[in-house]
Design a protein around this ligand. Sequence first.
Ligand code: SF4
Length: 705
Amino acid sequence: NSSGNTAANLTTCCYCGVGCGIVTSKDKLGRLHVEGDKNHPVNKGMLCSKGMNLHYTVNDRSDRLLYPEMRYNRNQPRQRVTWDTALERTAKVFATLIEKYGPDSVAFYASGQCLTEEYYVINKLIKGFIGSNNIDTNSRLCMSSAVVGYKMSLGEDSVPVSYDDLELADVIFVAGANPAWCHPILWRRVEAAREKNPDLKIIVSDPRKTQTCSIANVHLQLNPGTDITLHHAIGRVLIENGDIDLDFIANHAEGFEKYRDTVFERTIAEAAIICGVDEKDIRLAASYIGKAKGFISMWTMGLNQSVIGVNKNLSLINLNLITGHIGKPGSGPLSLTGQPNAMGGREVGGLSNLLPAHRDLLNPEHRAAVENFWGVAPGTIAAKPGLTATEMFEALNDGRLKAIWILCTNPLISLPDVRMAEEGLKKAKFVVVQDISNRPETIRYADVLLPAASWTEKEGTMTNAERRISYLNKIIDAPGEALPDAEIICRFAKKMGFKGFDYNSFSEIFAEHVALTAGTNIDMSGLSYEVLKEKRSVQWPYTSSSESYGTKRLFTDRKFHTPSQRAIIHSFNDENQSEKLSPDFPLVLTTGRIRDQWHTMSKTGKVNKLNKHISESFLEIHPDDAAERSIKENDLVEIFNGRGNVRVKAKFTTDIKKGVVFLPMHWGKVLNSDLNRANNLTNNLVDPKSKEPDFKFSAVEVKLH
Ligand code: SF4
């Protein structure tokens, strides 16, 4: 590192999946300071508002959990106890429940913010030793539709491109995302690329005219739920204009004929009416893609968080496939991950239907390989997928699930139909909450509360959205008795009497994880903490024979990881399966982020500077929809449906499509009222293949309060 920084003061931002490099320093009082790492390949010194204020979240320890606490009865306050007492009691309760009701009576609900080593040991514990697959994470709410989309089309959950490809593309299609606010540093790079190359064309599809649209050549302001119709229409224009790659289709893909028949079922004029956009704009977007030498499709929650999320993903990836824009510079699909380590979690199999190294739980050979590696008896890993995020809380409600261990996430703000989820926690026989802060709503239901070490207080690794694995150093000591999450899980496993959790260091856990990837499509067996400390970050695959910084681009040989080695162009109809609007609930509610807050605000909500951007929740509504309801700007309004209600001030904007309203997802209970919580209103419909919830489409009505 030419700046003289060493691994000792370098780390990676713990918010979004962009994965910006950070240089830390300490002042005389030992307080941490942060700045962007000028030598980091992702951010080149830049940080967004959230990243540049990270030190406030570390230095302010007023909300930190310091000691384990426990209670025997929900009506009593918890008492401080030792780690041994807390973990022995938890192990005893888990063992009793497992003996009485079976291994599927317990579950772990974790987070895309966990470090890879943490994910690895939780997954190993429950799948390989407890014998249940009941581990899921908040990545289910975020990226699971992209995971299935990649697997179905490319044969592997793999982002084929690097961020550097954005600077080589001449067309970027941003579908259902607002990276200017949600992935700001990546978007700064796109803005810089546009300044350098004014011919770079940017297409945005979104029911809201967001900050990202400010540099768009065309904004397709589509009706919610019509993305597949739009992508099919663009596909049809590309075919009609002869702007497809016949060689790629003939030699490296399958399914094109059926796809062509499917997209020709609708005229462009019909599609334009369904989507609520101009036909000429669809043709303009298609003409940009058709002329491109390099074409990147980029998306996030607008496609993923949908009851038809997998098909939305596939319909967009299809545009890369029919034009042959994959596996070459400046081209390919790029899913933007919302969380810093959603990718790392997938790499270790940290979802209820996965096994390590992207192995498939339903495949008996894959289960046998992992059992053999972990040294457990054949048949230990259950063949049936475990409960997903929303299913866990449903199962708490109906009594199938007795105990849940929640770590590093705040489901009582982030889950859909959250009042139902809260009922589930009330009914649970035993709740363990492991967190850094006393702010999450889940804590009031904790029978055992475990204090965790935070960012910079522990070491480990994370993988960003371009397959880049970074080492995060321990820079300061954790407060009180807080421990790294991986250590807590290993101590608990030992209290349960399980062998195989006697690690001497986190690097040993990492070494075990990468050894398990050897020979797979995500082989990272050439990695160790030493390599990562020296190189700062590398992109997988990374074997012992890999070149110095790993693999920039996948599928450059046009061989995909499907059985036929061809990419698969999938066909399906474009019907939206979201809940239906009705005369009682005629408006579509969509939810999302604001620029300066992160998830459920347990970190960013502590930072005054960030709270100044937008200090309270609000409803974004078109003035025509407001006028029909006699609502004036800043009026307190109630948004409601059969599941719940929210009360916030109305904010008028013509940037939102008429018939659509928007609530930010960040706020939970304020002054003990839950009426700021957007997820009081969202529904628990999920995509049948990815089990990702339909956060972007709930039927609501709005009235003056
Ligand atoms: Fe952190 Fe994402 Fe901002 Fe980079 S863009 S500083 S990773 S929040």
